[in-house]
Design a protein. Structure first.
Length: 286
């Protein structure tokens, strides 16, 4: 199925497309921006869907490809979701489009998947950008005390991880816009674009996508280290991010072969259109 619409800028977008993966699963994907622009894959935050993307003003000269991770939107859920499994799906989709070289941008919960692409096929990437990236806590050792014990228990006692995150994610199936409303009401994230449509689409299959994200990023081992990402990486964090993104950025960069940190002033967790434009220019070698 393909749905095509025209954006405010006059560019075409294709937002409801399915790609058949080698194992017969479906990967939902979309395309925005300039069809003749430089290709960039955008990996949405947690929760979200392929409908999430930077502001159109940041997409000048960019052909942006977005995907639904397993369980979100149109993508088939998987029993054992992994970061590298999503990276493989991204690589297969881009190969099917005839795109050999491209950039990858991961925002918030999508950042670990962008790093996984850098570990899986660095030779194909013009660069990796991670924005609002927290962790990995196992490698950075940023979780201590009671939280560390709790994390160890959930991750290491067989059969505990999935029930734990399934209960924690139940709110998304019941009210997909709950987190969205809370963020808007807080007034802290000035540049958070209205993402209600993306969150609703992400919950098309209930909380399956959110559960998969938490299993892949927080419960199961990543199966690679930060040092295993040899391509160029930009780590972006908003100065007023309420989480650990600013504190974690230099720790992450120190463990990567070719990484740099940029702190966005006057921004919280979500980049402004100007910050997105800066990152999209960087990922394409600018």
């Amino acid at each position: 199925m393909l749905v095509e619409a025209t954006t405010v800028s006059g560019w075409k977008r294709r937002s409801d497309m399915d790609f058949a993966l080698p194992d017969n699963r479906v990967l939902g994907w979309a395309e925005y921006g300039d069809p003749a622009g430089v290709p960039v894959v955008y990996l949405h935050g947690t929760p979200g869907s392929r409908l999430s993307r930077p502001d159109d003003a940041a997409l000048v000269g960019v052909r942006l490809v977005t995907v639904d991770r397993p369980g979100y939107g149109r993508s088939t859920p998987v029993r054992r979701p992994t970061l590298l499994g999503v990276a493989d799906a991204v690589g297969a989709l881009m190969a099917s489009l005839g795109i050999e070289r491209f950039g990858v941008v991961g925002f918030s919960g999508g950042a670990p998947y962008a790093v996984a692409c850098g570990a899986r096929f660095p030779q194909r990437l013009t660069g990796v950008v991670v924005a609002g990236f927290t962790g990995p806590y196992r490698e950075l050792r940023t979780v201590r005390g009671w939280q560390r014990l709790q994390a160890w228990t959930v991750c290491n006692i067989p059969g505990l991880g999935r029930p734990y995150v399934t209960r924690a994610a139940a709110w998304y199936a019941e009210d997909p816009l709950k987190q969205h409303r809370e963020l808007l009401a807080s007034g802290q994230d000035t540049w958070m674009q209205p993402s209600g449509e993306s969150n609703l689409e992400g919950a098309r299959q209930g909380a399956a996508g959110l559960v998969s994200d938490w299993l892949a990023t927080d419960i199961r081992p990543w199966r690679f280290h930060l040092r295993d990402v040899p391509c160029r990486v930009l780590i972006w964090a908003g100065r007023h991010d309420p989480g650990r993104a600013v504190a974690d950025a230099p720790l992450i960069a120190a463990r990567m072969p070719d990484a740099e940190v940029r702190i966005g002033e006057n921004a919280a967790h979500t980049p402004s259109p100007a910050h997105w434009r800066e990152m999209l220019t960087w990922v394409n070698g600018g």
